[in-house]
Design a binder for this molecule. Structure first.
Ligand code: APR
Length: 320
């Protein structure tokens, strides 16, 4: 059986890390695409040269032509620009929206059967636009945010409780970062919900509130330390977990920015919710009851996503 083909659209910091992880995990052959000449080719060759040492077999190819992604099973999109000093969010939105237009056309032409994972920011609006530009089924276009936010949350909780990260689960809803909605009553250590752990004296409510805030600011904390870029190891790991669940039909339950058509009372927007990812793409959207506080946070998150999508429509009126 031929290997799966993974196309990475954007070969910057996250794109390169994605290629390395896809190789190490033997997920398939990898195509790195970018508009910058030499970067995808150089990264592809460098990673391919690590394969005899790491012991993986995969073809790695760098390209500046969309034809190279032909027939990809998975496309992971990181193409775009990060915000620079002096730029407004609208500037960033406008530039990355145009990038999504090009990427969408490339995917539509060469990889219409792919499962597409978008990472480019502002995530919830970019994945919404990418689905429209590409015309791919909504079940096959998702955004990566919740897996990263919940991984950060899990890591901080594991540190607080001094237990293995493997035994901590976290449940988050809503948009990426600022408007993330952590559901502490569904976040656990080996099945014990956090509110119970507070009652058991393992931690305090104040400490949990601090961890939630640190999780929301997780991206900014890394930017503050790196100074010249944003996080790439954890975002790449998160997208690879999503790709793996699709390629291996694992049916993992993962928080993703998924297209809602009435679930949680939301229509035609991408919002972070728990979904099942398997060979059919997003196979199920899990809808849970929210209490009043959670609903309020969720509504605020949806409102901010809606405003970003409206800004996209102002730039490209045909997007509706
Ligand atoms: N088509 C293809 N690639 C493009 C295009 C385009 N139209 N425009 C820019 N790129 C490429 C750049 O050449 C660069 O190599 O996208 C890559 C982006 O890489 P980085 O700047 O290193 O950014 P990275 O850290 O990988 O993050 C990518 O993910 O988390 C988000 O906010 C982040 O939007 C950003 C994206």
């Amino acid at each position: 059986m031929a290997r799966d083909k993974i196309a990475l659209i954007g070969s910057g910091m996250i794109g390169g890390t994605l290629a390395h992880l896809a190789g190490l995990k033997e997920l398939g052959d990898v195509v790195l695409f970018d508009i910058a000449e030499g970067i995808p080719q150089g990264k592809a060759l460098d990673i391919a040269e690590s394969s005899p040492i790491e012991g993986f077999d995969a073809q790695l190819l760098g390209a500046n032509d969309y034809a190279a992604i032909e027939g990809a099973n998975v496309c992971i999109v990181t193409a775009g620009v990060p915000r620079k000093p002096g730029m407004s969010r609208d500037d960033l939105l406008g530039i990355n929206l145009k990038v999504m237009e090009q990427v969408g056309a490339g995917i539509r032409k060469y990889a219409p059967n792919a499962f597409v994972i978008c990472i480019t920011n502002p995530l919830d609006a970019m994945v919404w636009a990418l689905q429209k530009f590409s015309g791919l089924p909504k079940s096959h276009v998702v955004g990566m945010a919740g897996v990263l936010d919940s991984a950060r949350f899990r890591y901080f909780l594991a540190e607080e409780f001094k237990v293995s990260v493997e035994d901590v689960t976290a449940f988050v809803l809503g948009g990426h970062g600022d408007t993330m909605v952590p559901l502490t009553r569904y976040s656990t250590v080996a099945g014990i919900p956090i509110p119970d752990l507070v009652k058991m004296g393992w931690t305090t409510k104040e400490k949990i509130d601090q961890i939630v805030q640190r999780t929301r600011d997780g991206g900014a904390e890394i930017v503050g330390l790196l100074k010249s870029g944003s996080a790439y190891y954890a975002p790449a790991s998160a997208a690879i977990a999503m790709a793996e669940s699709y390629l291996k039909d694992k049916k993992r339950v993962l928080p993703c920015a998924a297209h809602l058509s009435g679930q949680y009372g939301v229509r035609d927007l991408y919002v972070g919710v728990p979904v099942v990812i398997g060979a059919g793409g997003v196979e199920r959207i899990i809808e849970i009851d929210l209490n009043r506080t959670e609903q309020k946070m969720f509504d605020k998150s949806v409102e901010s996503v809606e405003n970003l999508c409206k800004a996209c429509i102002e730039i490209v009126p045909g997007l509706k």
